[in-house]
Write a protein that binds this ligand. Structure first.
Ligand code: G1P
Ligand code: ZN
Length: 544
């Protein structure tokens, strides 16, 4: 195995977004595109000579090609050992688990998360550091700078490696280990949750549940955990065979895209509990029979009940949420008298706080929840948490959520996404609202009074890094919020996200439909931005 130096030209569009580099498959198929990014990552790490890394992905189209490329490049760059999920499979949380458990120097996750797959779809790659978490901004920026001057990469002529069976082999001086991607993760879940109790619940013929893997990576994990270890009937699982194009769907667990699950859970005689996960297994949607749990409520409720669960029985240290996530979590932190951090969008911002032992539970409104057991959000962890809680409380999902609202108040919450908007128009909408900040402060619109209008910035309390321009906020006297930001994960045009929140403390007013309760804020946002008019849209692409 002789390392070969291949000459290439730098690409100018390899700046990682909210979660790694995501592009259309066709872009990654361009000669040298993936290779340059991988080499730039190696260079940004000051080389990978003698290091140990993991690699795996969500099984989407191009996953296996990219894996073989990375294996060859790792060998040529002097990696000592590479761990690869069998068949190239590794969910994002399982990758985080493996990196931490085997004290690796990091790993590549090949995924574009919830974005569609297939030859016409998206592909993505992200690097996670030795703590198991997404590369922090400092590193992603360094990777980008490297990519701007990357004029070649090291690889070999070695043939493809058979990834279909667990094995240990050698590629030149590099050790290659192909391992079962499910076992270590499932073992970790068994340490955190009361599997005996959950097994009793899942095997009780009166309890029925439904899990939808959306043809994506959590399929094999769900088979192992729910069916094999917990004894749930196999028919509880939907779409659990990963497909390179996710069955032509959008592997995003929300009310619009998780159609199969929604059909089951909003039918007569719906199961008691339903859940779905996304392309790479880090997101989760939780449903009761005819009942949707808002992810912002889910993370708050998880924090409030964590002490009941084996893995958190000594209580939790602190909590964190991304800025657009509702303040339901803040109310819990206040009651528990623990710290609550507000970070920019993206899981990478939780890493430092988790490593410093400042927080135990964190989450985002975008169907992401997790804890300090990993450094990624974790879809199945959230599902198991809910199952453990239901088994303990012997209440329905709706009853558990209602009990929570009665205790902490309800934060009505919704996100409206406008996808594939013309990038120029999207930027114009954001800029125009930003320009009006001074004028808007103190303005009253009926009962709504704006007390603060700003562009969110975050000073990391651990490393002192400042992250600016993280989303426009209109904060109101009654604690309502309107937030506007541009997505950092889309691959075509721009996605505008509008977030609405209204706090309700009156117990009798907690059962409205969220869209109804938020109507005054939704109307005001349109008045202030002219978003619908400027984009020519009559309604959002997705409402969650
Ligand atoms: C979106 C979500 C964000 C999440 C990210 C990766 O990013 O909003 O919370 O961390 O996907 O799953 P965005 O497209 O908004 O930049
Ligand atoms: Zn994801």
């Amino acid at each position: 195995m002789e390392p070969k130096n291949i000459t290439s030209k730098p690409f100018t569009d390899q700046r990682p977004g909210t979660s790694g580099l995501r592009k259309k498959v066709a872009v990654f198929q361009e000669p040298h595109y993936l290779e340059n990014f991988v080499q730039s990552t190696f260079n940004a790490l000051d080389g990978v000579q003698g290091k140990k890394i993991a690699v795996g992905g969500d099984g989407r189209f191009y996953n296996l090609n990219a894996l073989q490329t990375i294996i060859r490049m790792a060998a040529a760059n002097g990696v000592k050992k590479i761990l690869i999920g069998q068949n190239g499979i590794l969910s994002t949380p399982a990758a985080s688990c493996i990196i931490r458990k085997y004290k690796l120097d990091g790993g590549f996750i090949l995924s574009a998360s919830h974005n569609p797959g297939g030859p016409q779809g998206d592909f993505g790659i992200k690097f996670n550091s030795a703590n198991g978490g997404p590369a922090p901004e400092k590193l992603t920026e360094k990777i980008f700078q490297e990519s701007l001057t990357c004029e070649g990469y090291l690889t070999t002529d070695s043939p493809d490696i058979d990834l279909s069976q667990p094995a240990t082999l050698e590629l030149g001086p590099m050790q290659v280990e192909i391992f079962d991607p499910v076992k270590d993760y499932a073992d970790l879940m068994a340490e955190i949750f009361d599997f005996d109790l959950i097994a009793k619940l899942l095997q009780n013929p009166k309890f029925n549940f439904c899990f939808d893997a959306m043809h994506a990576v959590t399929g094999p994990y769900a088979q192992e955990i729910f069916v094999k270890r917990l004894g749930a009937p196999a028919k509880s699982l939907l779409n659990c065979t990963p497909k390179p194009d996710f069955g032509g769907g959008h592997p995003d667990p929300n009310l619009k895209y998780a159609e199969d699950l929604v059909k089951v859970m909003f039918a007569d005689n719906a199961p008691i509990f339903g859940a779905a996960s996304d392309g790479d297994g880090d997101r989760n949607m939780v449903l009761g029979g005819n009942f949707f749990v808002n992810p912002s409520d889910s993370v708050a409720l998880i924090a409030a009940n964590a002490h009941l669960i084996k893995g958190y029985k000594n209580g939790i240290k602190g909590v964190a949420r991304s800025m657009p996530t509702s303040c339901a979590l803040d109310a819990v932190a206040q009651a528990l008298n623990i710290e609550c951090f507000e970070t920019p969008t993206g899981w990478k911002f939780f890493g430092n706080l988790l490593d410093a032992g400042r927080l135990s539970i964190c989450g985002e409104e975008s169907f992401g929840t997790s804890s300090d057991h990993l450094r990624e959000k974790d879809g199945l962890w959230a599902v198991l948490f809910w199952l453990n809680l239901i088994a303990l409380k012997k209440m329905s999902v709706k009853e558990i959520v209602n009990e929570h609202w009665q205790r902490f108040g309800r934060n009505y919450y919704s996100r409206h996404d406008y996808e594939e908007v013309d990038s120029k128009i999207a930027k114009q909408i954001v800029n125009r609202l930003r320009e009006r900040f001074t004028e808007l402060k103190g303005c009253k619109f009926g009962p709504l009074e704006i007390t603060q209008a700003d562009d969110f910035s975050y000073l990391d309390p651990i490393d002192g890094e400042l992250s600016e321009n993280q989303g426009l906020r209109l904060l109101f006297k009654d604690k309502s919020r309107i937030i506007l930001r541009l997505s950092g994960t889309g691959t075509s045009g721009a996605t505008l996200r509008l977030y609405f929140e209204k706090v309700e403390e009156e117990k009798a007013k907690m059962n409205l439909d969220a869209q109804v309760a938020l109507t005054p804020l939704i109307t005001l946002a349109e008045d202030l931005t002219n978003l619908k008019k400027l984009t020519g849209r009559s309604e959002p692409t997705v409402i969650t």
